[in-house]
Design a protein around this ligand. Sequence first.
Ligand code: HEC
Length: 159
Amino acid sequence: MKRIATTALMAAGLAFSAHAVLADGHGAALEKAIKARKSLMQVYSFNLSGLGAMAKGEAKYDAKLAASLAGSLSNAAQASIGAMWPPGSDSTAMAGKTRALVKAWETYPEVQTKHEALLSAAADLVKVAGNGAEGLGAAVGAVGKACGGCHKPFRAPKK
Ligand code: HEC
């Protein structure tokens, strides 16, 4: 009961402060954070699709390129920081600006666990990407699974 009351108060407080920050121009700061994390996701996607194409044989396997795409993906994942996910930058508070579900904040640190799963899958990918096309498919698949593992609970479907 106490927990429910606290949560309700927190929700009210958050709604109030979101309103206050929007009023004094910090809404722009929230939008910048949203833009940064979306851009980082696009980098993930660029790297992973290049590797996916090689794994599927749609593109010729190139060890050097594969290693650099995997390194870039892993570095990008390490560059994702909490500051890109400020409270109040969810799709309930900022409808139309973001697809990040408020559940990611409400259930924290679950989302962090999903992020760690990506870091680990990306590190495994880095180990094998330059060693031949054979091992690529499984490692790319594992990274893809880590992406989906976070999108499913924490990203709203595309409208
Ligand atoms: C820890 C959670 C998490 C992980 C891991 C994750 N994503 Fe995301 N992703 C999100 C959330 C949340 C959004 C919605 C962001 C927003 O709209 O503010 C998103 C959005 C995206 C978008 C849309 C970006 C845009 O321009 O709107 C792409 C593309 C994407 N992710 C690709 C990936 C790929 C590829 C991976 C794996 C390599 C990945 N994501 C891993 C949570 C995650």
